[in-house]
Design a protein around this ligand. Sequence first.
Ligand code: NAD
Length: 500
Amino acid sequence: TTPAPITAPLPTRSSTPRELRNVIGGEFVDGVGTFEKIDPVDGTLVAVVHEAGPREVDRAVAAARAALEGPWGRMPVAERARLLRRVADVVERRSEELVAAEVGDTGKPETLARDLDVARAAANFRSFADTASAAGLDSYLTELPDGRRALNYAVRAPLGVVAVIVPWNLPLLLLTWKLAPALASGNTVVVKPSEETPSSATLLAEILAEAGIPDGVVNVVHGFGPGSAGEHLTTHPGIDGVTFTGESSTGSAIMRAVAPRVRPVSFELGGKNPAIVFADADLEAAIAGLARSTYLNTGQVCLCTERIYVERAVFDEVANGLAAHARRLRLGRPEDPATTTGPLISAAHRDKVLSYYDLAIREGAELLAGGGVPTLGDGLDAGSWIEPTLWTGLDNANRTVREEIFGPAAVVMPFDTEEEAIALANDTDYGLAAVTWTTDLARGHRVAQRLRVGMSWVNTWYLRDLRSPFGGVGLSGIGREGGLHSLAFYTEPTNVCVQL
Ligand code: NAD
């Protein structure tokens, strides 16, 4: 049965706050209390959200378990893939509602939500429908010393009931990046969206029901992390694994939470991503690329560049060119097509980013662009706006260069040799993504391979093939997502060995 709509989802931003409930076993369920979601554009109320307590989380895990043991768990992969393609179709048909939900929560420009977040949500479902349909089994014909043979082959069962915990920066994109492979592999899930972005996950639950995903396969519980829905979920004995995207320190807390029951985790965590610009680069392309990799989504993408190493001969040209780009960005209302840059997600996050703006100056940075809070008028000054910022004058010894800021800000630093650039880029506890700008083909490959990261781009950034491995090393995560890598996490192989 298709659940009744949570509320009428809003096709445009509206002054009427939505009421968002937990979604458990196909029903909309009240919580133990409610919390408010504030619009970072202008400080108004977007939604009143029902917070799940231990009882609601327990019901959600039980609903997921029941669905796993029902027809879903035995459904042929071709049938699940057909349903996922239907989900993609409904995502596209209802894309403007999803855009409104995403924009209402994050304040990001509508064009960005439409072209990146919602487009990728549909692509995620189609990609994993294809990957799961095409995936084969391991099989080995084993030759024994005595001349006999054995056949080894591995069948794959779903991991089980999976806890899916996601952040606020690309809420729908990152949720569907986990949901699509989890469902393609036959799992059932309990989703805990970020408290900052409850809307698109709730709307997606409606879309999944409309597309025919059975009740209880996807459950959504709202709330915070510690002492709330996030912790209730990760400490629940009924979950079989956790897939998490968010801060490294939260990943560490989740590892501790699942340690007593030894559950598998898949972690996509923070970054402090370097870019390297060689003097032989196409500088115009490099500067435009750096502007994108530093400032897209107000710097709130885990892949965003925060450290820029530039060969000394072109240092001034690159630093000044990027600063000019930063000053040209247009902060404004999400529905204005001229807007390039939205606010930060919340007042609390702006406080954190501003603390780094202060720290950079105290550490001796020279400010090339931004550095503070803009005055925008037009009712926006109650929002969480911040200026796109660029510094020079710091090095790898400074905290500004070592700690993830997760805002629209980067430090430009000089280098003299290829070896030095690689060493500086690798001098970090993180290891998520890197970009190398050069027109020397051999150097591009050479440097890209030596950077200690999960994703190493050359002359581009955030160009994704959804079949390729995605993830990080060090503090940036555990495991890889993408194509067969995702399916490996969401399934448990059983090897069968037959003596022939
Ligand atoms: P966060 O870690 O604060 O929160 C992420 C999610 O975890 C939220 O849903 C939150 O409620 C929940 N949570 C928090 N504490 C918890 C706990 N103790 N137990 C269970 N759940 C808990 O992260 P954020 O601020 O929402 O997102 C920004 C961070 O995410 C940045 O560090 C960014 O680099 C990272 N990120 C990484 C990737 C990637 O692919 N590597 C992608 C996007 C964002």
